[in-house]
Design a protein around this ligand. Structure first.
Ligand code: ADP
Ligand code: MG
Length: 343
């Protein structure tokens, strides 16, 4: 339905979208999740034809967004980060204007507007000026604008940002309702927003897609890598010796506390080493004060993934800077040599 291939967007030397590829299938809710500045809005603006890409292509139902923009755009309703509202217009007037822009058949317009108003629960404010509406209502007008003409795909950029909890729940309900008949793609920098409504999560960091899966699989993938915490009443060296004699453990470290030690053991070949650890401690007569197995939550997964991607990007940047500095130094040296030989 949507194919994004090798999308790149550069602003000067800054790469906002970095070789992004993914496909979106019909009838699901997709979530773009990523910290601020990850490249979510840029990607959405390119997918909807508001912005040109530096490289790569976007196909909407087989239509290239740049080569056949009209056909491609007909399939999409878009609510950008800042909704394009004319605040001096009344809600109904504005939607009529949108219906004209979207070239919805004249005889169908009234019905389409009513459908959009009903869906977004805006019937009561049809005759109010947009500028007099609360933020929650304005967001709904933005949504009504996006769903007008009932396109197959609805793309919403941070649809719940700045709303209060009650409004957030209302918008979530609406998104779920929309998803019964449409494919919905929404973005957020808040995990809870995405995991509450999405069937599929795409985690974006520094313009790169770093994970793409169902919330359940992402959680499973991460919880496979659980961590075991073991607090034992003994000294650091003894515990280290004991652990090094147990095979099949993942990476571990030992931290000294007042009169005990805590070992942090990552999952290794041995799926559940708790029993073995218990007997090893008993044999050495080290009292176990605490043993806890902890699986990473989706929140931690998200933080871990985005943090790792951020560090990678920083390293790359520093390497590049280092490379540039070295080149400059070499250039200076060469120039000095040339000066010498010119003398
Ligand atoms: P997100 O929506 O995930 O917060 P954006 O797509 O808005 O991220 O931005 C991605 C990166 O591109 C950011 O580092 C941002 O500063 C940069 N960026 C966005 N728009 C522009 C622009 N018009 N000119 C220069 N840099 C931009
Ligand atoms: Mg954004």
């Amino acid at each position: 339905m949507i194919e994004v291939k090798n999308l790149v967007k550069r602003y000067g030397s800054h790469t906002a979208v970095d070789h992004l590829s993914f496909t979106v299938e019909k009838g699901q809710i997709y979530g773009f999740l990523g910290p601020n500045g990850a490249g979510k809005s840029t990607t959405m603006n390119i997918m909807t034809g508001y912005l040109g890409a530096t490289e790569g292509e976007v196909l909407i139902d087989g239509h290239d967004i740049l080569e056949e923009p009209e056909k491609a755009k007909k399939c999409i309703g878009y609510l950008p980060e800042i909704p394009p509202l004319y605040t001096d217009m009344k809600v109904g007037e504005y939607l009529k204007f949108v219906a004209e822009l979207k070239e919805i058949d004249r005889e169908k317009r009234r019905v389409e507007i009513q459908k959009a108003l009903t869906m977004t629960k805006l019937q009561d404010v049809e005759n109010r000026l947009i500028k007099n509406l609360s933020k929650g209502y304005r967001q709904r007008v933005g949504l009504a604008q996006a769903i007008m003409g009932f396109p197959d795909i609805i793309i919403l950029d941070e649809p719940t940002v700045g709303l209060d909890p009650k409004q957030i729940i209302e918008i979530r309900e609406l998104i779920k309702e929309l998803a019964q008949e449409h494919t919905v793609i929404l973005s957020s920098h808040i995990l809870a927003e995405i995991s509450a409504v999405c069937d599929h999560i795409m985690i974006i960091s520094n313009g790169k897609l770093i994970a793409s899966d169902t919330p359940e699989n992402l959680e499973k993938q991460m919880s496979d890598a659980g961590t075991l915490y073991l607090e034992v009443k003994t000294d650091k060296e003894s515990l280290q010796t004991m652990l090094s004699e147990i095979s099949g453990l993942g990476k571990w470290s030992v931290e000294e506390k007042e009169d005990s030690c805590i070992a942090t053991i990552e999952e290794g070949e041995k799926e559940d080493p708790r029993e073995e650890l218990f007997y090893a401690c008993a044999q050495s007569r080290y009292p176990i004060l605490m043993m806890q197995y902890k699986k990473a939550s989706l929140e931690e997964v998200f933080l871990e993934l985005t943090e790792a991607a951020r560090k990678d990007a920083e390293r790359l940047k520093n390497n590049r800077r280092f490379g540039e500095r070295r080149k400059k130094k070499e250039l200076v040296k060469e120039e000095a040599k040339e000066d010498e030989s010119n003398l």
